[in-house]
Design a protein around this ligand. Sequence first.
Ligand code: NAD
Length: 344
Amino acid sequence: MSEVVLVTGGSGFIGSHTCLELLDHGYDIVVLDDYSNSSPIALDRVRELSGRQFVAYTGDIRDQPLLNRIFELHRFAAVVHFAAKKAVAESVRIPLDYYSINVTGTVALLEAMMRHDVQRLVFSSSCSIYGDAPGGPLDESAPAMPTNPYARSKWMCEQILMDACYRHDGLSVAALRYFNPIGAHASGLLGEEPLGEPSNLLPYLTQAAARRRPPVTVFGADYDTVDGTGVRDYIHVEDVASGHRAALGRNDIQGFLRLNLGTGVGTSVLQLIRQFEAATGLTVPFTIGPRRPGDVDALVADAGLASEMWGWHSTRTVADACRDAWAFALANPAGYTDRAMAGP
Ligand SMILES: NC(=O)c1ccc[n+]([C@@H]2O[C@H](COP(=O)([O-])OP(=O)(O)OC[C@H]3O[C@@H](n4cnc5c(N)ncnc54)[C@H](O)[C@@H]3O)[C@@H](O)[C@H]2O)c1
């Protein structure tokens, strides 16, 4: 019988791609999402692409009675926990919301897991935990130096999960520290479509290229990097999704494990814009603006441990991601709408 996995935040960017990856590889899934930053249409697309059905509950990850009901109705083999707020600049503005949703939400979920004897969790952590850590590429032993409330909320979650693993024999947690997920599903049916103005670079860039947004602002051109703009390790979202499948496929994770999901290759903002232009033949309008609070010069993964332990590594390039993100933007000019469900 297939294993049933609860996916919180499963309607979001990484969640929807991971749901599809899990369904395509024989897992059953149940989704919990409040759609505060996503559309349920993404889940319809997952059903369409996989040819599989699943239940999706609408609600807040902090809602204990709802969590109880869900855990009573389904026997989960594992949980993948994406539900969170993720915009660095917003987290500086409304830090308490970030601590409430990201940290309290994780505790609520963990408590429900404990109550219902569910022992395996894959947690969405973030490279932002490394923050101002010196040097690079960064492996998992690099010091945590988070520089903003979002990153601190993820760091706190890791500490909480570690303490829980210490206390509860049998609990196994894989905290996957993603670097910068970008791109879209090769079908053009799933992609990154946050509600409101995108806080991540590539969805903003595609919407600016499609003239749905004003020109891109490059935040800071005076960083200590190849061309002065921030350097990040961009990883295709389908590779991130396959990293979750790799984590769920392991039954040898004992206690708490932290693992980078990155490519090991750094790309500056200007280089990403040029790669996008080369992949699409478009010209991207941009202006240079001031640095954003909480941003850092460069964050690039040492992705060796995931490869060594699980044989997992990224297989797609930044150019692939730019091409796929643009295909999604072209197929969905108004974002997720019912009309586009009929297919490209
Ligand atoms: N995208 C990135 O650059 C990145 C990098 C590192 C880590 N992460 C982490 O990965 C996870 C997924 O990120 P994403 O890019 O897919 O973001 P996303 O916003 O697209 O997905 C998050 C999902 O969680 C839902 N959600 C938010 N608050 C909720 C709540 N209180 N209750 C229930 N559902 C709620 C949203 O509606 C959304 O569907 C997040 O935990 C994020 O912090 C993302």
